[in-house]
Design a protein around this ligand. Structure first.
Ligand SMILES: Cc1cc2nc3c(=O)[nH]c(=O)nc-3n(C[C@H](O)[C@H](O)[C@H](O)COP(=O)(O)OP(=O)(O)OC[C@H]3O[C@@H](n4cnc5c(N)ncnc54)[C@H](O)[C@@H]3O)c2cc1C
Length: 406
């Protein structure tokens, strides 16, 4: 067969869809079902996103068109973003740098400091994420919000993190945009103001539409990859001319026969985080997400998943870094009057790749080796990138374009 794709998450499904027709291909997926970390478990008719709360949007017209062809806009509904940040005992708009007027209403001194420091900041080369925040956003915003929030969501000191990954991923307002936001409240153009969710009220609909027509072998994990006679032989059985891998970059070398020890050592350097999620029945809220930078709660975000549904319902997902027991999540929830009853709980496998000071060396070394043996990396963990679904699709286009060009 021309092409074997490892993993039926958004990345594997997308690249298969893009290459179908041109190549004879199939997907091997170790889980009993497709979807990877975007998979939804339905609970009481509510889409419980076991990892996160996957909504779709993209600023890339090719990706928008791709999704439109697979799941037309008539099968999706559009939701207006209303993200708020619980900041110093008040709720302010997201992103915080556009909510200085709101901060001034309860702490004028802090609002003034954030503003002065923002205008004083000037981008310079930095070797860690904490300094990167300071020189892009100013000291006050960095110290009061960005550093504590990032410490919480990464589980490590931003001063020990590599800053290079964040460039281009986190939108930074220029001084004019910041200034204008001081005089008006409301939306900014930097983040998506709307997003899409399937009318069927489950993101599995998008996953199934992506998978439609593709040959997928579920419950068939790739445990051994061998190069024999110019082909890749998987598990001693299936043979492919080329392989695209969306399986985690730290695990792939372990299944390839004859991999050099130095590549296994690099793989051993890669770090990742799991997250714990709980699904709650709640009081009514008009927010879509609430962010919690406060170290006083283990939750870093509430995803008001009921607001993604049409008609809306009163359900939220609380998210916390690391492996948290159901008992701890439930007792923590009591701090929030919005949360009424916890009805499900999950601890993920890989949710976030960690950008420590080793990651660049490890990722570039493993990818160079993959290229030398003709294995194609793709996806959030396959490339070790902070990708959303749309970025996975963008990357799938890059891979598909490369293969189509041959
Ligand atoms: C908390 C959180 C919230 C998020 N929210 C959003 C959001 O709102 N919007 C958005 O667009 N994106 C969101 N994302 C990102 C999104 O989930 C990912 O970009 C996307 O789902 C990644 O898809 P993937 O196919 O690259 O990886 P995965 O989903 O990890 O898929 C990889 C697949 O490979 C399989 N696999 C692994 N090893 C093997 C093996 N040895 N053999 C065979 N198969 C194997 C796995 O079982 C899996 O199915 C969020 C992510 C997180 C963690």
């Amino acid at each position: 067969m021309d092409l074997g794709i490892i993993g039926a998450g958004v990345s594997g499904l997308s690249v298969a869809k893009m290459l179908a027709g041109r190549f004879d291909l199939e997907i091997l997926e170790k889980a009993p079902q497709i979807g990877g970390i975007a998979r939804v478990k339905m609970v009481n008719g509510v889409p419980y996103h076991l990892v996160g709360g996957h909504c779709f949007n993209s600023k890339n017209s090719r990706v928008v068109e791709f999704v439109d062809q697979i799941l037309p806009k008539s099968e999706m509904h559009c939701i207006k973003r209303n993200a708020r940040i619980a900041f110093k005992g008040h709720k302010v708009g997201y992103p915080l740098e556009f909510s200085i007027r709101e901060i001034a209403s309860f702490d004028a001194e802090l609002a003034q400091r954030i503003t002065e420091d923002f205008f004083r900041a000037s981008p310079t080369e930095t070797s860690n994420l904490a300094d990167w925040f300071r020189c892009r956003f100013g000291n006050a915003l960095a110290e009061e919000y960005l550093i504590p929030y990032n410490r919480k969501i990464w589980g490590m000191e931003p001063s020990e993190m590599d800053p290079s990954w964040v460039e281009g991923k986190l939108p930074i307002p220029n001084k004019r945009q910041f200034f204008q936001a001081l005089f008006k409240s409301g939306d900014d153009a930097m983040v998506h103001s709307t997003f899409y969710y399937p009318n069927s009220n489950t993101q599995n609909r998008l996953l199934e539409a992506l998978a439609d027509g593709t040959s997928i072998h579920t419950a068939e994990g790739v445990e051994r990859l061998e190069r024999i006679g110019g082909e890749w032989v998987v598990n001693g059985q299936r043979r492919y001319q080329r392989i695209i891998s969306t399986m985690p970059l730290d695990l792939l070398p372990k299944v390839v026969a004859g991999v050099p020890q130095e590549i296994l050592d690099l793989a051993g350097l890669l770090r990742w985080n799991r997250i714990s999620n709980a699904l709650w029945e709640t009081e009514e809220t008009d927010e879509t997400w609430t962010y919690h930078p406060d170290p006083g709660t283990i939750f870093h975000r509430h995803i008001h998943i009921g607001r993604f549904m049409a008609p809306e319902r009163n359900y939220s997902i609380t998210e916390s870094l690391g492996a948290r027991t159901a008992e701890l999540m439930e007792s923590e929830g009591k701090k929030f009057p919005l949360l009424k009853t916890m009805i499900d709980h999950n601890v993920s496998e890989r949710a976030y790749v960690v950008y420590d000071q080793n990651y660049k060396k490890a990722v570039s070394g493993i990818k160079a080796w993959m290229q030398s043996v003709d294995l194609i990396p793709l996806g959030r963990f396959g490339e070790w990138e902070y990708y959303n679904m749309d970025a996975c699709m963008e990357s799938a286009f890059r891979v598909a374009d490369g293969l189509n060009a041959h």
